[in-house]
Design a protein around this ligand. Sequence first.
Ligand SMILES: O=C(NCCCCCn1ccnc1)c1cc(-c2ccc(F)cc2)cc(O)c1O
Ligand SMILES: [Mg+2]
Length: 214
Amino acid sequence: TGSSRPQRILKAVQKNATKGDPQSVISAIDYYCRHKEWAMNVGDDKGLILDSVLTEVNPSMALELGTYCGYSSVRIARLLSPNSKLITVEFNPAFAAIARQIIAYAGLQDKVTIVEGASGDLIPKMKERFGLKSFDFVFLDHWKDRYVPDTKLLEDCGLLRKGTVLLADNVICPGAPEYLKYVRNNPRYESRYYPSVLEYTKAEDGLEKSVFLG
Ligand SMILES: O=C(NCCCCCn1ccnc1)c1cc(-c2ccc(F)cc2)cc(O)c1O
Ligand SMILES: [Mg+2]
């Protein structure tokens, strides 16, 4: 029984990054996944788009669906203002365990809450669990066939407000065609596509940014 890919990513961070320095954690993961072994982080190309949308929104409460190793959790949390928070949902406990360590290595554990479980079960419990009114920003990066049902669930649970920004990864590769149809043909959303590439490759991919109009 050898190590897992997330365990090898954690080791690369511990070896090559500086504790408490989020940018060095991001760079260490990007270097490892570009030159050693590919992994499904949003990556440095799409990551720059994520950074720019985040800086524009400056969310107080952010939600991420799909933590994996915590790469985008670190990207998001490093840009949050003081007292702003990120809640990130991960279904796979092994992924969550690695992400917790990578987020802590970056020194961002006080800004990030990792919740383990199925997004469909957790979303309806968020208001009571975290005493929050609504999210200012949502990053969708989990199972691509959950993007639509979970967006509808966020609407129905009153977790979106006028102006909440949804940013969806992988709308081209692996693809989220139903999600694109849902947000692009819906008068309650104003959507825009940001073309980019699949992390660490030259394949086409991109992010869809959708503003909830209330
Ligand atoms: O499947 C992806 N992510 C979801 C992982 C599981 C989420 C579990 N979970 C968390 C919370 N609720 C459920 C994904 C896949 C790829 C990809 C692209 C090309 C390829 F050839 C193979 C794979 C690229 C990504 O950027 C991705 O995000
Ligand atoms: Mg992704």
